[in-house]
Design a protein around this ligand. Structure first.
Ligand code: WT7
Length: 661
C-alpha cells in the first residue's frame, strides 16, 4: 500500500545546500533525515514519545497513540496533563525572564514594543484573571476579534491558561462572518478593540463587532482593547475596557491541568460546501507537533528572532507566530502593519530594525513586492537573515528564485512549507540546509507524515513520476480531531472521498526523485492570496442580494493573488434594466459586506443564463475555462441544455479573461 515515502537521490535542477550555510543544529544531513524519517514511520510511538519530552508535562502520558480509524477518532498522548500557556510562558519566564518573547512591530514604521517572557507571564495572568472574573471556565469558548496587538497573544494564552477554548476570527472578516462564528462556537465572551490601524486605514473594529453581536444573549461580556484614543460606543453592563479590567487584577493565575485531548482552540476554515467549519485542535498533540515542526523546519536557534508575517487569524499565525516559537523559547515578531505600508520596503526595514533571523511569509506578498522593483530590497541590509520560508500556496519558481537570490543573496535556504488549517503544522517541507530544493516543490514529508497519491477511483498510485489526489495514510499529532460540534461532517469532509484516508483537497505530483509538487485545490475551494475561500460561500453571498437569480463562482489565474475570484451572475427579470456598472458595484459590496474584503470578486459577469446540463447542473469546468481564457478546450458542449448561453459567454469572454503574464 505504501508508496515511496522516503526520498531518492535527487537529480536535476537542485539547489544543493551550500557549504557556507550554517547546518541545522538538529539534523545534520540528508541521510540523517532519511534515517529519522524511516524511524518515525516504522516506530511512530517511540518517535513522538521522544519529541514530547520537549514539553513540560504536569503528568506524563500513559499511551502515545490511540486510534480508531473506523470511527475516525485519534488520540495522542492520552493520560498526559499539561498546559499550553505554562509551556509557552512560565517555564521560560523562570529560566530567561528578560529575554524578549514578543516584539510588537506597530503599524507606524520604527515603532516597536518589547515584551519579555517575564512581562508576558504577568500580562497573560492578568487577562486570565479578567476572563475568570467574567465567568470564563475550563471548556468555555472565547471569541477573539482583534487586530495584531499584544493583547491578542495575551488573550489566546490566557484562554489556554484557564482551559478555555479560543476562537480567533481574522479582523478582516465582516460582522456577518463574525456573528456566524460566535454562534457556531457558542462563545460567551468576545474580546475586541476600539479600532485597528492597518496600513493607511483604520478599521472600525468595535463598530463591526457591535453589529455582529446585536441581540446575542449568549455573550456575557465584550472586552475592548484600547488600541487608539478613538471613543467608541460602550454598552453598559456588556462592554468593558480591557486595560481597566486588567488594572483590577494581579498577574498570578494558576494554570489548569489539561488533558492531552482537551480542546485548545477552534479556527474556522472554508470548505467546498456550506458554511466555514470550526476546525478543532487539542492540547497535547498540537503542542508537540507545533514545537517539533518549529524546531526542525525553522532550525530553531536560541538567538533567533522569528518574523512570521501571517495574521493571527490564520493557522500560520497560531502555530508559527505564537505557539511554535514560544514553546521553544524563541523571540517572535507580531507585525501589525502590511508589507506595503508606508512603502514596499517595510518588511526589510522590520528585518533590519529587529535583526530578524527568519522570515516566514506568503508567495502572494512576495509577488506584490517583486512588482515594486528590487531597489526596496537592495536598500536594506538583511544581514541578520539566515532562513526564508513560505506557506499558503504554491510558490512560482521565479518567485522562489527572487526570494533566494535577491532577498537572501543566495545565503539563506528557502523553505516552502505545505500544510493546512486541519493539519495543525507543516507536513511537507524541506529541512533547511539539509534537503536539496527544487524551486516550486515543497519537497519531502516531515517526520511521521505519510503522503499518498490516489486516483479518482481511490486506487493508490505507486512509484514516482505520477500525479493524483493528495491523501495522508496515517494520523500525526497535530491533526485536527473534529469540526466543533459536527463530528459527522468531519468524517464526511475528510474521510469519505477515499475511505480510511485523510483527503487534503489538493492535487499533487510526485516527481522522479520522490519530491512533492502541490498543484492546487481539486475541490470547490479557491486559494486567494493564500486564503481559503469556498466558491459556495461567495455564491450564497451573491444570491442573498435581492437582484440576483443565480450565481456561479470560479477561480482564474491572477498575477498577485494566485487565484482571482470570478462570478457569473444572472439577475431577476425586474432588475434586467439596471445599469451593469452599478449592479457590479453593488454585488462586489454585497460580498465584501457578507464575508469580508478578501472575498470581493475581481470580476463579475452578468449573463442571461448559466451553462447547464439538461439535468440542471451548472457546468463549472466550462466557466473555469472561460474565466481563465482557455477557450480551445471547453469540454463536451453537446451536454448544454441551451447552447446559446455559451455563445453569449464567449462573446463576453474578453473582459473576463486575465491570463497570467
Ligand atoms: C491550503 C490550506 C499553510 C497553512 C496556511 C494555509 C494550500 C498551503 C502550500 C504550499 C502549495 C499550499 C493548499 C492547502 N497550500 N501551503 N506550500 N504549496 N499549496 O492554510 O488556509 O488551511 O489552506 O493552502 O491548497 O490545501 P489553509
Amino acid at each position: 500500500m505504501r508508496s515511496a515515502p522516503g526520498p531518492m537521490a535527487p537529480s536535476q535542477d537542485l539547489f544543493a545546500p551550500k557549504d557556507s550555510i550554517r547546518r541545522t543544529a538538529h539534523i545534520q544531513s540528508l541521510e540523517e533525515y532519511q534515517r529519522l524519517y524511516r524511524q518515525s514511520i516504522e516506530q511512530p510511538e517511540e518517535f513522538w514519545a521522544e519529541q514530547a519530552k520537549a514539553l513540560t508535562w504536569f503528568h506524563p502520558p500513559h499511551t502515545i497513540l490511540d486510534a480508531d480509524p473506523n470511527q475516525v477518532d485519534f488520540s495522542w498522548f492520552n493520560g498526559g496533563r499539561l498546559n499550553a500557556s505554562f509551556n509557552c510562558v512560565d517555564r521560560h519566564a523562570k529560566t530567561r525572564p528578560g529575554k524578549p518573547a514578543i516584539i510588537w512591530a506597530k503599524n507606524e514604521p520604527g515603532e516597536y514594543e518589547v515584551i519579555t517572557f517575564r512581562d508576558l507571564q504577568h500580562h497573560v495572568g492578568r487577562v486570565a484573571n479578567v476572563l475568570k472574573a467574567h465567568g470564563v471556565r475550563k471548556g468555555d469558548r472565547v471569541c477573539i476579534y482583534l487586530p495584531m496587538v499584544p493583547e491578542l497573544a495575551y488573550t489566546m494564552l490566557a484562554c489556554a491558561r484557564l482551559g478555555a477554548v479560543h476562537s480567533v476570527v481574522f479582523a478582516g472578516f465582516s460582522a456577518e462572518s463574525l456573528r456566524e462564528r460566535i454562534l457556531d462556537s457558542g462563545a460567551k465572551v468576545l474580546v475586541t478593540a476600539n479600532e485597528g490601524p492597518r496600513g493607511p486605514k483604520r478599521i472600525p473594529t468595535k463598530a463591526i463587532a457591535d453589529e455582529a453581536v446585536e441581540g446575542l444573549s449568549q455573550l456575557e461580556a465584550v472586552l475592548v482593547v484600547r488600541r487608539t484614543a478613538t471613543e467608541v460606543n460602550m454598552q453598559p453592563g456588556r462592554d468593558f475596557w480591557l486595560d481597566a479590567e486588567m488594572a483590577r487584577h494581579r498577574g498570578t493565575c494558576p494554570a489548569e491541568w489539561m488533558d492531552s485531548e482537551d480542546p485548545l482552540f477552534i479556527l474556522y476554515a472554508s470548505g467546498s460546501t456550506g458554511k466555514p467549519k470550526g476546525v478543532l485542535h487539542t492540547t497535547g498533540g498540537y503542542l508537540v507537533y507545533a514545537a517539533t515542526t518549529h524546531r526542525y523546519v525553522f532550525d530553531a536557534q536560541p538567538d533567533d528572532v522569528h518574523f512570521c508575517t501571517a495574521d493571527m487569524g490564520w493557522i500560520t499565525g497560531h502555530t508559527y507566530l505564537l505557539y511554535g516559537p514560544l514553546l521553544n523559547g524563541t523571540t517572535t515578531v507580531l507585525f501589525e502593519s502590511i508589507p506595503t505600508y508606508p512603502d514596499a520596503g517595510r518588511l526589510w526595514r522590520v528585518v533590519d530594525d529587529l535583526k530578524a533571523t527568519i522570515l516566514y511569509t506568503a508567495p502572494t506578498a512576495l509577488r506584490a513586492l517583486i512588482r515594486e522593483g528590487d531597489t526596496w530590497v537592495l536598500k536594506s541590509s538583511r544581514q541578520s537573515l539566515r532562513l526564508l520560508a513560505t506557506a499558503g500556496e504554491p510558490i512560482n519558481p521565479e518567485v522562489w528564485r527572487w526570494f533566494h537570490d535577491v532577498v537572501g543573496e543566495g545565503r539563506c535556504p528557502v523553505v516552502d512549507t505545505w500544510w493546512q488549517t486541519e493539519t495543525g503544522g507543516v507536513l511537507i517541507t524541506p529541512l533547511p540546509g539539509v534537503t536539496p530544493c527544487k524551486p516550486g516543490s515543497a519537497t519531502l514529508p516531515f517526520f511521521g507524515v505519510e503522503p499518498l497519491l490516489v486516483d479518482d477511483e481511490g486506487r493508490v498510485i505507486q512509484g514516482n513520476g505520477v500525479s493524483g489526489n493528495l491523501c495522508l495514510a496515517r494520523t500525526w499529532p497535530g491533526q485536527a480531531r473534529t469540526l466543533y460540534g459536527h463530528h459527522q461532517r468531519f468524517v464526511e469532509t475528510y474521510y469519505s472521498r477515499f475511505p480510511r484516508l485523510y483527503f487534503t483537497g489538493d492535487g499533487c505530483r510526485r516527481d522522479e526523485d520522490g519530491y512533492y509538487w502541490i498543484t492546487g485545490r481539486v475541490d470547490d475551494v479557491l486559494n486567494v492570496s493564500g486564503h481559503r475561500l469556498g466558491t459556495a460561500e461567495v455564491e450564497s453571498a451573491l444570491v442573498a442580494h435581492e437582484a440576483v437569480a443565480e450565481a456561479a463562482v470560479v477561480g482564474f489565474p491572477h498575477d498577485i493573488k494566485g487565484t482571482g475570484v470570478c462570478a457569473f451572475v444572472t439577475v431577476k427579470p425586474e432588475w434586467q434594466e439596471a445599469s451593469t456598472e452599478q449592479m457590479v458595484g453593488a454585488l462586489k459590496e454585497q460580498v465584501r459586506h457578507a464575508i469580508g474584503p478578501i472575498a470581493t470578486p475581481d470580476r463579475i459577469v452578468i449573463v442571461s443564463g448559466l451553462p447547464k446540463t439538461r439535468s440542471g447542473k451548472i457546468l463549472r469546468r466550462m466557466l473555469r475555462k472561460i474565466a481563465s481564457g482557455e477557450l480551445d478546450n471547453l469540454g463536451d458542449t453537446t451536454t448544454l441544455a441551451d447552447p446559446s448561453v455559451l455563445d453569449e459567454l464567449l462573446a463576453r469572454q474578453q473582459p473576463v479573461a486575465r491570463p497570467r503574464s
